[in-house]
Design a protein around this ligand. Sequence first.
Ligand code: SIN
Length: 304
Amino acid sequence: MSVPDTGTAVGTLKFRNPLLLASGILGESAASMVRVYNSGAAGVVTKSIGSESRPGYRNPTVFEFGSGMLNAMGLPNPGIVDFGEVVRKTRASGVPTIASIFGSSPAEFAALAASMQEYGADAVELNLSCPHVEGFGAEIGSTPAMVGEVVKTVRDSVSLPIWAKMTPNVSDVAALAGAAEDAGADAIVAINTVKGMAISAKLRMPVLSHSVGGMSGRAVKYVGLRSVYEISGRCGLPVVGVGGISCGEDVAEYLMAGASAVQVGTAVSEGGPGVFGRIAGELSSFMSSEGFSSIREMVGIARR
Ligand code: SIN
């Protein structure tokens, strides 16, 4: 049997395979993003960038448990001005670059998106979903009205593709995605982390300095799959699946739920950038053994 075609597209953006680096891991420097691309990812999503630099929360910001991770970093970033060089260099190395941004208002998102467009990003990912930073993320992105307002304001300001990243910490994630679609988004990314916390019984206190954080990794895969399935049943936009992907069969499950591509985060922080080459090989083997010759044949097959 011939080698399956693992190329895919998210709207107008074409990728050599469906594996993208998720925001938050190795997305701070051009060197690390180029390394991720050279290790087999088809593209990268940068660290979430805001208007001003932020130091983030004090340690501890990460708690690892057997099947995943809890983090509350506090959106640390160098600010939009200093990040321009990172985006330019990453793009200049030929890496498809999706720039993640966070703002506290529709106008702030629009200004950040305009800067990322000027820097040459291939798309912007709107962080409407960080579950624990006051005034940002899910505090903006938990109602369809606000999601619609942010996306529409960004749409009116830039021509590059807009990806809207959804929070799973709501009762109807598909309604949020529908609002993003109606307002002019080009793709939906699902999911950001699941709000959670850890307590140290011995210390009698929360483990993370911020107490509450976001859960990622294998523990959240089934929340991600359900979210992608519901979103792709309600809206016609391409969906990018995120949450607990660590092997080729996980990718196949997301594609079958309706995703056209996926993002990998926690597995990279556990195993390094080399996980991309391994997962790509496993996906290709799965497709060969199951008789799929293209990604397109798998997308949404579990819905039919
Ligand atoms: C963080 O910076 O704490 C996480 C960002 C996010 O969840 O979007």
